[in-house]
Design a protein around this ligand. Structure first.
Ligand code: ADP
Ligand code: MG
Length: 733
């Protein structure tokens, strides 16, 4: 940790920001070059003050009242001798904005060598802690907002990727006849700011916003010629807890995902409440453990023996489902006396409303003193096929590998039910509501440790403890894909930012940084979210060859033309086949009307050939010659209706399967079964979806859904590539 005397002095002097001179001192303590400078207050002594300085020089006004010195006429560059420096100061002092300000002096400094202006900034996110930004200077940052962010700490490969993300990056490579700039020098500065022992990390409790605007980067080195620091008045976010071992996390959550005993609070002995519904659903779902209804008076509820309190059940309770009026919950939980592991509180009327905030605190305190963990309140329940636990009606019993956490109960139900219709099978889904105690990070930690879970989906509204979330995402390292559906992403960032960096740092930037930095996938809609989960539940990311080259095959020319454009917009290439592929397809002598470029457009008549087995030959030719990274096959089911006795669909799917077996690991295979919504067509879609999923082919509604899924797959694959490179880089250094 560096000496922070500069910050302490500023604070003692009642300042909430560092002036340029002190800002630069701080930078140079962290090894960042700044121009040689001095502050003068009077022109008479200037000759002495400038001894040892190399001309040309720059003069800048020093005043707390002036944020942007050039706007006020307070910067003069290229001064060739002492006389010019004097004149510049005298003229500057007369400018209206400066004459009115409380001027503390004039900073005189050496000119930096000519180069490209770059901005390096820092800002503290209330959830995620220090973040670093880089962009190109001038209009690029001010008008075009061409900047990119990361959560700190970053490493050199993060810094390299950040520079590569800038739209104006050509300027760094020496566009317009200039010399390429010293990228390593920029990266060094970024590391000194945002690396493990960088300024933003070490001084996270003190620095709220930082701007090096500009850093002038020549072909050899970089100099910070302007510096601005806004001091923080609260400590930075830190992770709330140490990571647990996989084994202990699995053990910790066993009672939730596989409860041996369930207590139900709120079921009526005479009427019918949501808790009665819960009993019925869990029973129908096939739950085999004990269910204890808790009822103050009744001795029986829904045919089950009831108990007066949580403290009086025959065995301790793994999972309690609580749906009673909010004020009755805390005393109820307290009475559990260490005999309940998880209490899921369905009731609302807690922290989500002003009047319930105190009650929510009381709820957590009662749970702590009663030795149990609370999920919710204000949620709908937990769905865990391995434990026979459900909250949606007729939920699928099949145990899958998709683990979900939802901050919304209703959306949680949608995810289970819509996922079911598409063929997504879950390893669990927990609705966490207000997250008074257990929060999404806790469940995320479980899914990361859970062998049953291969892909994780999160619906989040707010993030508590962003620092821990960041660490968990990092722990996943793209090995278990994580898909995030985030509500409230576009909400404006800092309203009262005092730096450029601050004003550019919104919620959206934070999430984009997380996506790039941790390899998680951000989904924009519920549909996209489910499409991504569908892809990852079946397809394993292939890090040795990230997906890019796509072959498209199916019936519907217009559909595939539209899709080709859509794929391109999502960074996926459906490029025309080369001559050898075309030749191989021509040799198949398919009927006229069949287009054999990429996309391959085969009308129903063609697909009916050889009872659908023609598809195997087409795919074989494409796999042998074109060697795609992925194949998007699309079948317009309505077009097969009324087209004679031959229903080739089974054979088409079989062909896909055989080709996948013949060329293992060659291409991801994704199928769009397109329906016009007609009940007959829907029925056939359902049948063939099951068939395809049964043989490991993920099924989507349209080619555009496939594009979203492939884009996500590619993102994770590319992340894995850079992650592997990073690990190697770290080993070498
Ligand atoms: P402000 O951002 O408050 O207007 P700066 O200190 O950034 O003031 O100066 C404005 C511009 O002047 C810089 O963007 C840069 O182009 C130029 N400049 C300032 N100091 C130097 C320096 N030491 N060497 C070269 N150019 C400089
Ligand atoms: Mg500036």
């Amino acid at each position: 940790m560096k000496d922070t005397a500069i910050i302490k002095e500023a604070r003692d002097a009642g300042r909430s920001a560092l002036d340029e001179e002190n800002g630069k001192k701080l930078l140079s303590e962290y090894g960042i070059s700044v121009p040689k400078s001095t502050v003068v207050s009077d022109v008479e002594t200037i000759t002495d003050a400038l001894k040892g300085f190399k001309f040309p020089l720059v003069v800048k006004v020093v005043s707390r009242d002036i944020l942007h010195k050039s706007d006020a006429g307070g910067v003069a560059v290229g001064l060739q001798d002492t006389e010019e420096v004097k004149t510049a100061i005298i003229e500057m002092a007369q400018r209206p904005a400066i004459a009115q300000a409380n001027v503390e002096g004039y900073l005189v400094e050496e000119m930096a060598p000519t180069g490209q202006e770059v901005v390096v900034g820092g800002v503290r996110d209330p959830q995620f802690g220090p973040m670093i930004m880089v962009g190109l200077g001038g209009i690029f940052v001010e008008v075009l907002s061409d900047v990119t962010f990361r959560v700190c700490p970053i490493n050199r490969s993060d810094a390299t990727e950040m520079l590569n993300e800038l739209k104006g990056k050509a300027l760094l490579d020496g566009a317009r006849g200039r010399l390429p700039v010293d990228r390593d020098a920029i990266i060094d500065v970024m590391m000194k700011m945002g690396g493990d022992s960088g300024l933003l990390v070490e001084l996270a409790d003190d620095v709220d916003e930082a701007d090096i605007n500009p850093l002038i980067v020549s072909d050899n080195g970089a100099v910070a010629v302007d510096a601005r620091f806004i001091l923080a008045d609260t400590p930075a976010a830190t992770p709330s807890q140490e990571p647990l071992s996989d084994e202990s996390v699995r053990k910790k959550f066993e009672p939730l995902f596989k409860p041996n005993t369930i207590a139900v609070i709120g079921a009526s002995a005479s009427g019918h409440t949501i808790a009665n519904t819960f009993i019925r659903r869990v029973t129908e779902f096939g739950y085999t453990g004990s269910i204890y209804p808790i009822h103050p008076k009744a001795s029986e509820v829904d045919g089950l023996k009831a108990y007066p309190s949580l403290g009086e059940t025959p065995d301790p309770v793994d999972y309690a489902y609580i749906a009673i009026s909010s004020s009755a919950v805390p005393p109820l939980i307290e009475a559990a006396n260490g005999r309940v592991s998880y209490a899921q509180v369905i009731s609302s009327g807690f922290g989500e409303v002003e009047e319930g905030i105190a009650l929510q605190t009381e709820l957590v305190e009662s749970a702590r003193s009663g030795g149990c963990r609370v999920i919710g309140p204000n949620c709908l329940g937990t769905y865990s096929p391995r434990g026979g636990l459900t909250f949606p009606e007729n939920a699928p019993r099949a145990l899958g590998n998709v683990g979900v956490i939802s901050q919304s109960g209703g959306l949680g139900t949608d995810i289970v039910k819509r996922g079911q219709m598409r063929g997504i099978a879950y390893s669990g889904l927990v609705t966490v509501g207000n997250c008074a105690d257990i929060n999404p990070n806790d469940i995320l930690e479980f899914y990361l440790a859970d062998d049953q879970t291969r892909v994780i989906g999160l619906y989040l509204e707010g993030v508590q403890d962003g620092r821990r979330f960041f660490e968990l995402l990092n722990r996943a390292k793209g090995q278990k894909p994580i898909v995030v559906l985030k509500g409230g992403r576009t909400a404006e960032g800092r309203k009262a930012a005092a730096s450029h960096t601050g004003s550019l740092a919104g919620n959206e930037q934070v999430w984009e940084a997380l996506e790039r930095q941790t390899g998680c996938v951000l989904a924009e809609t519920l549909d996209d979210f489910l499409d991504c989960l569908m892809a990852f539940q079946v397809l394993a990311p292939r890090s040795e060859r990230p997906t890019n080259r796509i072959a498209m095959f199916g019936n519907g020319g217009g559909t595939s033309v539209l899709a080709t454009d859509y794929f391109a917009r999502h960074g996926l290439s459906v490029e025309p086949f080369e001559a050898d592929t075309i030749q191989a397809l021509e040799d198949l002598q398919m009927p006229p009307g069949t287009s054999i470029a990429n996309p391959v457009d085969a009308p129903v008549g063609t697909l009916q050939q050889e009872n659908g087995l023609i598809a195997e030959k087409v795919l074989d030719a494409v796999y042998t010659h074109f060697k795609p990274d992925a194949v998007a096959m699309h079948l317009n089911l309505a077009a097969f209706v009324g087209r004679g006795p031959i229903d080739p669909l089974e054979n088409l799917i079989g062909a896909a399967l055989r080709i996948q077996k013949k060329y293992p690991g060659q291409a991801h295979f994704l199928l769009a079964l397109r329906s016009d919504g007609n009940p007959d067509v829907e029925a056939s879609k359902k049948k063939y979806t099951e068939m395809a999923l049964g043989v490991g082919i993920p099924v989507f509604a349209e080619l555009s859904n496939i594009a979203i899924a492939l884009e996500a797959l590619k993102h994770v694959e590319q992340f894995q590539v850079t992650h592997i490179a990073r690990v190697q880089m770290a080993k070498q250094s």
